[in-house]
Design a protein around this ligand. Structure first.
Ligand code: NAD
Ligand code: IPM
Ligand code: MN
Length: 354
């Protein structure tokens, strides 16, 4: 367990409530161990993630993560050099554990159509997509520095992708599409970037191995627009690290709230890290009001992908649906007439509906 900062501990505790319910109902025994990462680790140890905690994480079956970081304008953590800040811990654990495939499902529950900011003629069609985001390459992991050149500061961030890095995420997206509606939209900026042109050529090569899957290429600026124009057109969106980061927040809001968007960070074996797609939400932290559903659905993904407990995962997903159908809402998806509940109450309601 990496509870992290801000709302992290609140939403992870709600997910633990649900996992404990699963243990009881299905007679399992899970062992939970906390490690510190992010701002809390900086405060405790002076670094956002200790090597010994990475080593420990490598001995576990899965990680459930809340979120890390603080207010990037006001928190003292952001006066530190970039490799000592909270986010450096998150990037380090993703890289060290080789978690290259980040799956972010974005689904509009029929009962939450009112919370979707799109006009009714679009939201009434619903949507069910998964963003497959490359997670250990690209701009996030290229060399970066700021130097003084000819008397002025010059900052640069390198965007690097190898063929191997692209091919493994492309294959993963095709495999996922085979189990869904068999459509992959590969999002790139091939009209400008070399890395995108390499990406596109590898998608086309791999497409030949998956003849049942329909493939389309879409430029990222258009994709950002299509996501709000007609989200129902998407099944699997395959994209690189930075584009996936941005598009997944956009996709989350059309589901009603970022508090609904779960995620799994995977590699080729069963190990995975599971986390809500949103951040530490410093603006609402400590109030017990954050929506824990993204974290609870991430815990369900953990049971499915790392523990091979599909029935238990489905039980959590159905309990979430039930609570939504019954009208229980945290503030972010609340409308008049609903039953407003806190973070911990939402966890308890979901566990009681298992
Ligand atoms: P954020 O996702 O934390 O918050 C954006 C907005 O969404 C805020 O208004 C927040 O209140 C709301 N929100 C987020 N999660 C919510 C939830 N579960 N329920 C209800 N509302 C929710 O993004 P930000 O404000 O840009 O970033 C804050 C910090 O979080 C930064 O330090 C950033 O680096 C970090 N961050 C961490 C992760 C992670 O740990 N995986 C992800 C994104 C951002
Ligand atoms: C996310 C977050 C992280 C990312 C940040 C906190 C480094 O925004 O998981 O989406 O950009 O990957
Ligand atoms: Mn993000």
């Amino acid at each position: 367990m990496i509870k992290g900062d801000g709302i992290g501990p609140e939403v992870v505790n709600a997910a633990i409530t649900v996992l404990k319910g699963i243990e009881k109902k299905y007679n399992h025994h899970f062992t939970y161990t906390d490690i510190l990462m992010g701002g809390c680790a900086i405060d405790a140890y002076g670094v956002p993630l200790r090597d010994e905690d990475v080593a420990f994480a490598k001995t576990t079956d899965a990680i459930l993560l809340g979120s890390i970081g603080g207010n990037t304008n006001t928190s003292p953590w952001y006066k530190l050099p970039s490799d000592k800040r909270p986010e450096a811990g998150l990037l380090k654990i993703r890289k060290e554990l080789g978690l290259f495939a980040n799956l972010r499902p974005a689904v509009l529950y029929p009962e939450l159509r009112y919370a979707c900011p799109l006009k009714e003629s679009i939201s009434e069609k619903g949507f069910d997509m998964v963003i497959v985001r490359e997670l250990t390459g690209g701009l996030y992991f290229g060399e970066r520095d700021t130097k003084v050149i000819n008397g002025e500061k010059v900052a640069h961030d390198n965007l690097v992708y190898t063929e191997t890095e692209i091919r493994r995420i492309v294959k993963r997206a095709f495999e996922i599409a085979l189990k869904r509606r068999k459509k992959v939209t590969s999002v790139d900026k091939a009209n400008v970037l070399d890395s995108s042109r390499l990406w596109r050529s590898i998608v086309n090569e791999e497409a030949a191995n998956y003849p049942e899957v329909e493939v389309e290429h879409m430029l990222v600026d258009n994709a950002a627009m299509q996501l709000v124009k007609d989200p129902a057109q998407f099944d699997v969106i395959l994209t690189e690290n930075m584009f996936g980061d941005i598009l997944s927040d956009e996709a989350s809001q059309v589901t009603g709230s970022i508090g609904m968007l779960s995620s799994a960070s995977l590699r080729d074996d069963a190990f995975g890290m599971y986390e809500p797609s949103g951040g530490s939400a410093p603006d609402i932290a400590g109030k017990n009001i954050a929506n824990p559903i993204a974290t609870i659905l991430s815990a369900a993904m953990m049971l499915r992908y790392s523990f091979d407990l599909d029935e238990e995962a489905v039980a959590i997903e159905n309990a979430v649906k039930k609570v939504i159908e019954e009208g229980y809402r945290t503030f972010d998806i609340y409308k008049e007439g609903d039953k407003k509940v806190s973070t911990s109450e939402m966890g308890e309601l979901i566990v009681s509906r298992l």
